[in-house]
Design a protein around this ligand. Sequence first.
Ligand code: APR
Length: 319
Amino acid sequence: MARKKIALVGSGNIGGTLAHLIGLKELGDVVLFDIAEGIPQGKGLDIAESTPIEGCDAAYAGANDYSAIAGADVVIVTAGVPRKPGMSRDDLIGINAKVMASVGKGIKENCPDAFVICITNPLDAMVWVLREVSGLPHNKVVGMAGVLDSARFRYFLSEEFNVSVKDVTAFVLGGHGDTMVPLTRYSTVAGIPLPDLVKMGWTTQEKLDQIVQRTRDGGAEVVALLKTGSAFYAPAAAAVQMAEAYLKDQRRLLPCAAWVEGQYGLDGIYVGVPVIIGEGGVEKVVEIELSESEKAEFNNSVESVRGLIAKSKELMPQD
Ligand code: APR
């Protein structure tokens, strides 16, 4: 059986890390694409030369022409610009909406059967543009945000409780921005919900509130430290988990920016919700019960995503 083909559109910090992880996990052969000449070819060659040492079988190619992504099974999109200190994800919309329009066209013409994972920010609006322009079914175009946001939440909680990250589960809903909604009731240590851990004296409500805020600001914290770009190791790991769920039909339940129509009372929008990913792409949007205050926070986040989608509509090239 031929190996799967995974196309990475954007070969910068996240694209290179994705390429490396995909090879290490032997998920398939990798095509790196970028508008910058030499970068995808150079990164592809460098990583390919590490495969004899790692003992993994994966072929690498680099390209500046969209024909190279033809027939890809999975496309992971990181093309565009990352933020610098002081910028919010939303500040990237002017450039990245146009980039997503060109990427969407490349996908439509070359690999309309692919499962597409978008990482480019502002995430929820950029997934919307990619889907609109590519014309792929909504269940085959999804955004990576919740897996990353909940991983940050899980990491901070594991530090606070001094337990393994493996035993911490966490849920984050809503848009990938300042309005995201980390859900403490649905976050646990080995099944014990966070509010119970407060009652058990493992932490205080005040400490928990600080961790929730640190999760919301998780991306900005890394940007402030790096100064020249944004996070790339954790975002790449998160997208690879989603790609693996699709390629291996794992039916993982993961928080993703998915198309929601009907569920949560929404009438067609991309926003962060729990979904099941398997061979059919996004196979199900899972509707969980929200308290009044959680609903209010989620609706606030949805409104902010709506604003970004409206702005993207104006920015998209008309042809
Ligand atoms: N088509 C293809 N590639 C493009 C295009 C385009 N139209 N425009 C820019 N690129 C490429 C750049 O040449 C660069 O190699 O996208 C790559 C982006 O890489 P980085 O600048 O290193 O950014 P990265 O850290 O990988 O983040 C990419 O993901 O998390 C988000 O906010 C982040 O939007 C940013 C994206």
